[in-house]
Write a protein that binds this ligand. Structure first.
Ligand SMILES: [Cu+2]
Length: 341
């Protein structure tokens, strides 16, 4: 098993610039109308952390956020790694694993990565201040290697106080762990370097109890019913292509409340929506897997309690793409998977 690096490519940096310009203009107009009171919403309580004793596979990597940070080892061995991510902060986060590319024979580093987030935050600041043209011009600063980053999975959205686990295969290289949830109208940003060293001891993939797949063609497909208890869910990325917001698809696990507004949740999953990915999150997130190139599999390990849940992808209009699937976990019973209209 290995990370297949065939991935979609952005048509061009200029394409991104045009798209982002249009999107950010829309966001800006939306913000003026809605003016979200983000500052009060941001200051949540430090959560009580639920402890889990889930089995892990390959190399176990404990990751923690206590604020806008990632606490994890600086180096890990290559092969299968289980990322056990505990969110001890008051804000929902995820951890996306970016493999830094070799571009024109040169290995890009964490120092190179650090040039990316300021481009986005500077652009947003200018646009929010009404200087749209100057803001859009900022995106021309994105380096030519930016579209070559390989998104290699990672733990999906994790609500405050929750712990989630995802197992992925990583080849040796220079990686960056990042989260771009928004707080106060801007992407956090949160990032940390992770070095993956040569190793041959973690070559056995986890054994799945349930199989899911995701593709642009068929959306999220569950091959088995989900039952209460410990589950290791294999998520096969059958394809991977950019959606309207220029990102690929991933799979997030959400615990639904009785009165959960699915339309609101769906809108929140799209960063290009004015309120998308803004703190606080409108639902309880229990992890999942961040996006991977076609042909890869991520394994989500979770102790499922009886209740109502959904799988949802971080894309625009998830339900119309069959990427919002509601399901019920019964006590010792077979679950039912239904599509959301
Ligand atoms: Cu975050």
């Amino acid at each position: 098993m290995y990370i297949k690096e065939t991935k979609f490519r952005f048509a061009s940096i200029s394409g991104i610039v045009v798209f982002l310009a249009a999107t950010l203009l829309a966001c800006n107009l939306g913000n003026e109308k809605n003016s979200p009171n983000t500052h009060n919403m941001v200051m949540g309580e430090i959560p009580e952390v639920k402890t889990h004793s889930l089995p892990d596979y390959g190399n176990l990597v404990e990751v923690k956020s206590t604020g806008m940070n990632f606490i994890l080892p600086e180096e890990i061995p290559a092969g299968w790694s289980t990322f056990r991510y505990t969110n001890e902060s008051p804000v929902t986060h995820f951890m996306l694993i970016d493999k830094m590319p070799v571009y024109k024979g040169e290995q890009k580093t964490y120092e190179d990565f650090k040039k990316i987030p300021p481009v986005f935050s500077d652009a947003l600041k200018l646009i929010n201040a009404g200087k749209s043209e100057e803001g859009f011009a900022e995106f021309s600063r994105l380096p030519a290697w930016f579209p070559e980053i390989i998104y290699s999975g990672g733990v999906g959205m994790v609500s405050p106080g929750e712990t989630a686990q995802t197992t992925v295969y990583l080849k040796p290289g220079i990686y960056v762990i990042e989260c771009y949830v928004k707080t106060g109208g801007v992407f956090h940003p949160m990032h940390r370097q992770l070095i993956v060293k040569e190793d041959t001891t973690n070559e056995t993939p986890p054994k799945a109890t349930v199989n899911l797949s995701i593709s642009k063609a068929e959306g999220i497909q569950a091959q088995n019913d989900l039952q209460a208890g410990l589950q290791t869910i294999a998520v096969d990325f059958k394809d991977q292509e950019p959606h309207e917001h220029f990102l690929g698809h991933d799979v997030q696990l959400v615990k639904l409340e009785k009165d959960q507004d699915l339309k609101q949740l769906e809108a929140w999953m799209n960063w290009a929506d004015p309120k998308g990915l803004e703190t606080p999150a409108p639902a309880r997130f229990l992890g999942g897997t961040q996006e991977m190139p076609a042909g890869n599999t991520a394994y989500i390990t979770v102790d499922l309690k009886p209740g109502t849940y959904a799988w949802i992808s971080e894309v625009p209009k998830a339900s119309s793409k069959n990427m919002l699937k509601k399901f019920t976990v019964e006590k010792e019973q077979t679950s039912t998977v239904s599509e959301v209209e």
